[in-house]
Design a protein. Sequence first.
Length: 302
Amino acid sequence: MAVSKRTDLALEARELIQESAEETSEIEGVIAREYKRHGCPVTRVEIKNEKGEQALGKPVGTYVTVETRGLMRHEGDSFNSSVRAIAEELSPLLPVGGLYGVLLAGLGNRDITPDSIGPIAMQNTLVTRHLVDKMPEEYGHMRPVAAISPGVLGTTGMESAEMILGAIQHVRPGAVIIVDALTSRRLSRLCSTVQIANSGIVPGSGVGNARAALNKNTLGVPVISLGVPTVVDALTLMADLTERAGQPEPDWKEISKFSGGLMVTPKEIDTQVKSLARVIGYALSVALHPELSVEDIQGFLS
């Protein structure tokens, strides 16, 4: 039996379809293109219709993947380049008009490192709703932005969707932006890839612990997600490495009996998550407040 390779990334779902067909032709209902922005490789996958949904197993929408490997290698201006690239890909998906408020939600468990990128990103994001409300003379020109980290069901007793809905009812934003950890099929994409999507997200789906979906239908406002793969399923990793090494396929049915749902994460996960969460926080701030520079945002946050 062939192993089912687990991934949350649209570009990897497209890769898997093309590999299974042993060809690189276009997939019906799916448009993809590759380019670079500020030196960062970008892959844009657009799922146009039901046929595209069925092929990739993801809802209709736009999925943009920005690679930030330069950040991991500590290359020159990689921080600013990554921030600008992510911000510029995110900006077209935001509500038109800077005065439409936005609610940010950092999903995940801050006590489990691979799952903490959402809460840490919120700590690195400029929030302005209170400033716009209390000091309109100085900050009335800025977009009202609020942020929450709803935690996880096991520690709060509430679904993330319930807490976000409560915040939406109070804040009444024009859109919600969610930051969460994802799963990838390849080690090389862990903590070096950011996926931006306008189709919402199902928290925990990548690790087999799916929670309530967060999208326009469930929350009542447009939902944009920023996801970072921080883990890879052990069986998926084994299958990928076996193929790349040109080795014959083992008996996956037997191996799967012993995998125990194991997830693999890099040994440098602590520093990698902190670094990419900071990039995401700054990129959100640049996209939401285009009148500010990275240096301005750093000043506000410090």
